[in-house]
Design a protein around this ligand. Structure first.
Ligand code: HEC
Ligand code: HEC
Ligand code: HEC
Ligand code: HEC
Ligand code: HEC
Length: 332
């Protein structure tokens, strides 16, 4: 009798558990299915985009990053403009041109600014460089190009903490949205910053024939300038009782909406009767003061019964030249 090849089985199990564990793999049914970002208004990130050394081998990841606000964080004209009014602008620089955060013993509560290559903004090294100059990643694949190591800050809840180092403080026009996320226990429900803002993608992590195709996460961030993504922040429901019909808007994002001073979201709702005639028109605006908290609801009461509601949503963002329509829908 031949013994089954247990070694082979053990190796397969080990390999698949290694593949499943470290990377922030999408969790079925819990994580949003994300499309590649398709902003209606793109940031001027690619004009004079800085060339990073890493792009020599990580060309595709670098192109994704170049599209993101992270690559623009220093060159951003809104940022540079807002510094002019400050007596101590250097107090602002920590998150816009940070030193490598993971080279420090603990994640800093106030990241410190670096003195060189300012135009790289939130650079590759800001997030990836470890204490000995090694590149920290979700897998720690060993390569000749540079020492690599696994970091718990590169996947799961550890990556949320990395994002929160810069996204949890209220300063200037910025609202620390990560505080909402951390306080609302969503990580326990399988949600993460990376899961909603960095779409899963299959591509080579670096160029080169010997480099295999792997699953990863796009560094081109999902942002509210993308109508389809902003739309997902809101669940809509129509309720009717004795006092009339109401539209209920629920925040499904991982934090308050909107999350930046100067942004406004305007809903216009029209109650229609069975033959499509207008019964009542109502508006609702949310902004940084009247924001929707995590899971929060706002009702538009029509005080009459109708058979359907037409709702449109428009977004005013200081970074967009004009208001953007992100929602136009009829609910029965
Ligand atoms: C703790 C980290 C941190 C510090 C310190 C910081 N910022 Fe920022 N800044 C951010 C983050 C995160 C964003 C992105 C916020 C968003 O898009 O919701 C941002 C974005 C901005 C923007 C861009 C908004 C736009 O319209 O494009 C401006 C302007 C800005 N910050 C000004 C400042 C000023 C002024 C200071 C100093 C008073 C400052 N920041 C200090 C983290 C920081
Ligand atoms: C000379 C080529 C080269 C350069 C330059 C280079 N890398 Fe890499 N890097 C690689 C290769 C090859 C891999 C492994 C890819 C694979 O096997 O999927 C890798 C892997 C990585 C990983 C993944 C580690 C993990 O968890 O497995 C990170 C993160 C990384 N590099 C960051 C950087 C950063 C940041 C820079 C610039 C400061 C940089 N690299 C410069 C070739 C390079
Ligand atoms: C070192 C500080 C820092 C870290 C760490 C950081 N961010 Fe940012 N992030 C910024 C700054 C600064 C901006 C805004 C730059 C600007 O607009 O000028 C920003 C912008 C963004 C935006 C874009 C908003 C928009 O409207 O374009 C998103 C989304 C975002 N960050 C998500 C993340 C996620 C997810 C993580 C963790 C993987 C993360 N950030 C980690 C500093 C940081
Ligand atoms: C704001 C923080 C941040 C910045 C800036 C950043 N990365 Fe990453 N990067 C991450 C995180 C988080 C992951 C892990 C994503 C996951 O799998 O959960 C990652 C993953 C990677 C990987 C593994 C492949 C993948 O797609 O997951 C490589 C390679 C990499 N980054 C290279 C770079 C390079 C090169 C730059 C600059 C052009 C850069 N990163 C900028 C946070 C960052
Ligand atoms: C369940 C999905 C989800 C999670 C989890 C999530 N976000 Fe968001 N995020 C969204 C949506 C949807 C928007 C667009 C709504 C809006 O405009 O505020 C958004 C907007 C943003 C913006 C732009 C805010 C602004 O007003 O400029 C930033 C920055 C951001 N998220 C960072 C983060 C960070 C950091 C984390 C983790 C601490 C996180 N997000 C977790 C869904 C999510």
């Amino acid at each position: 009798m031949r013994l089954p090849d247990l070694h082979g089985i053990a190796i397969i199990v080990l390999a698949s558990s290694l593949l499943a564990n470290p990377w922030t793999a999408p969790r079925k049914g819990q994580e949003w299915k994300l499309e590649p970002p398709s902003p209606e208004f793109a940031l001027p990130t690619t004009t004079d985009a800085p060339v990073v050394e890493c792009a020599e081998c990580h060309a595709e990841v670098s192109r994704e990053w170049q599209e993101s606000a992270h690559a623009l964080a220093w060159r951003d004209e809104h940022y540079q403009e807002s510094l002019k009014k400050r007596r101590q602008p250097e107090l602002c620089h920590g998150c816009h041109i940070p030193e490598p955060l993971l080279a420090l013993e603990k994640l800093p509560r106030k990241p410190r600014p670096r003195a060189d290559r300012l135009e790289h903004g939130v650079s590759c090294e800001s997030c990836h460089q470890g204490p000995q100059g090694e590149m920290l990643g979700p897998w720690g694949v060993q390569v000749d190009a540079h020492p690599s190591a696994v970091s718990p800050r590169m996947s799961g809840a550890g990556a949320d903490a990395l994002c929160a180092a810069c996204h949890a403080t209220n300063i200037g026009p910025v609202i620390g949205v990560a505080k909402d996320f951390l306080a609302s226990g969503q990580a326990e429900r399988g949600k993460s910053c990376v899961g909603c803002h960095m779409a899963p993608i299959e591509r080579r992590w670096a160029e080169g024939e010997e480099v295999p195709l792997r699953k990863g996460r796009s560094h081109a961030l999902q942002t509210p300038r993308d109508p389809a993504f902003l739309r997902r922040a809101f669940a809509l429901g129509l309720e009717t009782d004795a006092s009339g019909s109401s539209l209920v808007i629920t925040n499904e994002a991982g934090h308050r909406v909107p999350g930046l001073i100067g942004r406004e979201i305007l809903f216009s709702a029209t109650l229609l009767d069975g033959s499509g005639d207008v019964l009542v028109e109502r508006e609702l605006q949310i902004d940084s003061r009247s924001y929707l908290p995590v899971g929060g609801q706002r009702r538009i009461d029509f005080q009459r019964k109708g058979s359907s509601v037409r709702i449109t949503g428009s977004h005013v963002d200081p970074r967009s030249p004009e208001p953007m329509t992100f929602l136009d829908q009829e609910l029965d």
